[in-house]
Design a protein around this ligand. Structure first.
Ligand code: SF4
Ligand code: MSK
Length: 633
């Protein structure tokens, strides 16, 4: 087994791994899995029907077709677009739950939620064509929720938020016939056409894959973000702390892990409840400490300043500190291994979603109508578990980092637009003048195939050094936070142009925009930049790019596809599992650009990735007639 320092860049994670050499983790299981299946890695196996499983021999000695006759390109394309369908379904179902909660709040059927951002409610209502004048807030919210609900089941036409995109992009989508009709419809279409004997043309499969991914980015994810802001309040820049050191020695620790803010947001209220605090003290605890893992952590960090304990690969390590009373999970990115791990510790694993149950977990089903009551019950379970903590087994790394999080499409313009008027003009001018070379969204997960966090951090540092503004979400944002890149002080490692902007405005050079569904905020920011003028007419004109250096989830595949489908070149640290088909590989790395104006790049080395991104941004600048950016060194 490799040394901790070879597995993770993160100091706190190294410490936990070194303190617990027998601990089974994703890293130890990964090592046991080696060598991983080459057919799977290359996208050359299929089990879409019971004539199979089939696999294609990449060396030409064995079968070159499945039993039905499917070739390597059909099999790998089919597998990949199925990943898009699953990823879009996950993001969009999260969006649907937010719509459901908004509807309940508007109807007064829940004790945990109310409309927190009325201004945003009015903006979205107006965009949806809902009459707002002289109407009650809840009545407007009910109409917004019902229209948003209908976006999921719509059978024909176009999703509403598609109209936010620049005209030129909408035309590309319409010409290719990839404008999403309804969110669920596109997932079903993808699953249908990947059934045995349906769509057996790789280009046709990928066009549907793009359409499905757009239904996520411009549909389910965008709805999730916009309606979460209405319901839980739009984030504002906020200070907090990150890393395993936020787990408290003398308080009851509850870690929320997963994705939906419906659960985590109401937990914030429950742990601040006076009765609960008194009860905790009666059990010998100094208080109740709430912290988060993965995207639900980003949600409550941005809105309440709740600290983050870690990202995806730290979920097991948090439990291994011996100080977590409850690991509370909802949906997505929760390892089933947590159940086993909790068997050897006092930590109680509590699952809450009817869609996501886990071995050895106590299931306390969450119900939006009784949200606060259930949240308090969960807090009580955690408090009751506090006396079971074994002091000798507690070992919390004393590692934390300060951060500033909670930027949005709205706050970026407020910050950069100056005191009196929110506008994107100064941001556009900074790019036009060359103080900023461009902007890159770095997002996505951790993956034990790479050194934990290292690719996120190296890529980010390389880019800000070269005057590239970085916006970040998800586990990438957490990686950057742990490295101190979300503090204004990080300006000291930036290029002179970016440093000047950070100095003037007081922002970090890396802006935390939230959870994975909040990547839709990046799309909105880019729409606003284009509307402000001077940087072209389409996303593909802008000096911008996207990167997911350590991606692992199917959601990341959906995101990567809607980024490229929107005209944004996307750099992936791990290749898609399609490399067994030269034709599919060539399509994704080259030919797709002729259709949508952007392509994928597979590159594992973050420094090489940064070089390629800088070259791309400079080419985009040149095409726009902007002056070149002078290198510092
Ligand atoms: Fe094999 Fe074709 Fe069935 Fe896939 S769909 S398992 S390639 S027979
Ligand atoms: S949580 S999808 S590991 S970013 Fe959004 Fe992190 Fe990836 Fe899950």
């Amino acid at each position: 087994m490799k040394k901790a320092s070879e597995l993770t860049h993160d100091k706190a994670s190294r410490e936990v791994l070194e303190n617990n050499p027998q601990l089974e983790t994703a890293w130890t299981r990964y090592e046991k899995m080696l060598p991983q299946c080459g057919f799977g890695e290359m996208g050359l196996c299929c089990k879409n029907c019971a004539m199979g499983p089939c696999r294609i021999d990449p060396f030409g000695d064995g079968p070159d077709k499945g039993i039905c006759g499917a070739t390597s390109e059909i099999i790998s394309a089919r597998n990949l677009v199925r990943m898009i369908a699953a990823g879009s379904a996950a993001h969009s179902d999260h969006g649907r739950d937010i719509v459901h909660t908004l509807l309940l709040a508007a109807e007064g059927k829940t004790n945990g939620y109310s409309i927190k951002d009325k201004k945003k409610l009015l903006v979205i209502a107006t965009e949806y064509g809902i009459k707002t004048e002289g109407r009650d807030t809840n009545a407007i919210a009910k109409d917004v929720a019902e229209i948003a609900y209908a976006e999921f089941s719509q059978q024909q036409g176009e999703l509403r938020f598609i109209k936010r995109a620049p005209e030129k992009r909408q035309k590309i989508w319409r010409d290719l016939k990839i404008v999403p009709r309804g969110i669920d419809r596109e997932v079903v279409d993808t699953l249908h056409r990947t059934h045995v004997g349906a769509d057996n043309d790789d280009l046709s499969l990928f066009l549907q894959g793009l359409r499905n991914s757009l239904a996520d980015g411009w549909g389910g994810s965008m709805i999730a973000t916009e309606l979460s802001d209405i319901l839980f309040g739009s984030p504002k820049p906020i200070r907090s702390k990150v890393n395993l050191g936020v787990i408290s020695k003398d308080e009851v620790n509850i870690i929320v892990h997963g994705h939906e803010p419906t659960l985590s947001d109401v937990m914030v209220a429950a742990v601040r409840d006076k009765e609960m605090l008194e009860y905790a003290r009666s059990k010998g605890a100094k208080g109740i400490n709430l912290a988060g893992i993965c995207c639900t952590a980003n949600e409550i960090l941005m809105r309440h300043g709740i600290p983050i304990a870690g990202n995806f690969l730290q979920q097991e390590l948090a439990i291994a500190t011996g100080a977590v009373e409850v690991m509370l999970v909802d949906i997505q990115c929760v390892m089933p291994a947590l159940g086993d791990l909790c068997q050897c510790s006092h930590t109680k694993l509590i699952s809450t979603s009817p869609k996501a149950k886990f071995p050895f977990a106590t299931h306390m089903e969450f119900n939006e109508e009784k949200a606060l009551d259930i949240a308090k019950e969960i807090v009580k379970v955690a408090i009751d578990n506090f006396p079971n903590r074994v002091a000798a087994k507690v070992n919390i790394p004393d590692v934390t980092m300060d951060l500033v999080a909670g930027f949005t499409a709205e706050s970026v313009s407020q910050f950069l637009g100056g005191k009196y008027r929110s506008t994107y003009r100064p941001l556009n001018d900074a790019i036009i003048s060359g103080r900023l070379r461009g902007a890159v969204g770095i997002v996505g997960c951790n993956n034990p195939k790479q050194v934990h966090d290292l690719c996120h951090i190296r890529l980010t540092k390389e880019l800000i050094k070269r005057d590239v503004l970085v916006v970040t979400t998800g586990c990438s944002a957490i990686a950057c936070a742990k490295e101190g890149l979300l503090t204004p002080e990080a300006k000291d490692i930036c290029g002179p142009g970016l440093k000047e902007i950070c100095d003037t405005v007081g922002i970090p050079p890396v802006l935390h925009l939230g959870s994975c569904v909040d990547i839709s905020r990046i799309l909105v920011i880019l729409c606003n930049v284009l509307k402000e003028g001077g940087l072209g007419e389409d996303f593909s004109d802008l000096p911008v790019a996207a990167a997911a250096p350590e991606w692992m989830s199917e959601k990341a595949v959906a995101i990567a596809f809607y980024a490229v489908g929107s005209g944004i070149n996307t750099f992936l640290g791990n290749p898609f599992p399609v490399i067994g088909s030269e034709k599919v590989k060539k399509f994704l790395l080259e030919d797709i650009e002729n259709l949508v104006g952007a392509k994928f790049v597979f590159e594992a080395d973050p420094v090489k990735t940064a070089d390629m991104i800088v070259k791309l941004l400079d080419e985009k600048r040149k095409k726009l007639g902007l002056k070149p950016v002078a290198e510092k060194n």
